[in-house]
Design a protein around this ligand. Sequence first.
Ligand code: F6P
Length: 340
Amino acid sequence: MRIGILTGGGDCPGLNAVIRAVVRSAVANGDEVVGFRDGWRGVLDDDVVSLDLAAVRGLLPRGGTVLGTSRTNPYAIEGGPGRLVATLERQRIEALVPVGGEDTLGVAAKLAADGLRVVGVPKTIDNDLDGTDYTFGFDTAVGVAMEAIDRLHTTGDSHHRTLVVEVMGRHAGWIALHAGMAGGATVVLLPERPFDVEAVVGHCLHRFESGYSPIVVVSEGARPADGALVTASGQTDAFGHVRLGGIGASLAALLEERTGREARAVVLGHVQRGGTPSAFDRVLATRFGLAAVAAVREGRSGVMVALRGTDVVLVPIAEATARLKLVPLERYAESEVFFG
Ligand code: F6P
């Protein structure tokens, strides 16, 4: 059997571990694997690379994706879906394994509905895909953010200033929630819960009173209850997402003014997405890759591999991409116990 694989959307630690697991497992079964370069762009343009055992040697710890990625949306391109089908026929692909988040898997769901055999693998550092308890990449991103917060505590305390740490998280604040809890943040601000500026100022002043300096962890998609979302630019990608960034700097300026203490903003940005995956992410990505090939062999389609508890299961792609998995308010309430 010829299996096609692609990685789409923002890159994420663990993508190469999935590619390796798919190839290792497929080749052991006598199957062939073809990689498409740069996500759906590679399928549109018939840009392929043959993946054998030699091609995946050494990939397990490597960050990013050797296949490249893009945010290409074939359904936003005239004749796009037809070009996808033509390439898959030309390449004699019997099953496709797209590895991606809501956008990449949204395209996968449409292709499966049109009769192509598709088994999706969920990835995003944001951990906001529904249908799976965790996506790989998230644990690594939280580890990077936690280490940054640990380091910022000591410099903030030395200078008696507020440090605002802006982390990724467009619609869901999972990275902020976990990194803030792991790093002992003074306040954590999420997109799911518009924040009250007065309350944040109060928590910061309280922290200064204790002789220590506040660390405010804010998701890029968070916004004040009485204000608009802060965006770095009005630009949108092919799936219509606005490019975010800037809330950290605005908040730091506001806190400096309102607390009377110096404040600085640190934007972790793509540092959270780069580099080697954590052990958890390597194992999860590997298990997802193995499960995807097993599902292909069983003739399954329109499904996505997912983690439920400690088990890897299959769920309908359409169900997993219907809505985002947001931070429940009770999880936020757990972090609030430590505010101030
Ligand atoms: O979707 C994952 C993500 O890392 C988001 O958290 C973030 O908003 C976005 O990608 C950044 O995208 P880009 O790499 O295109 O700037």
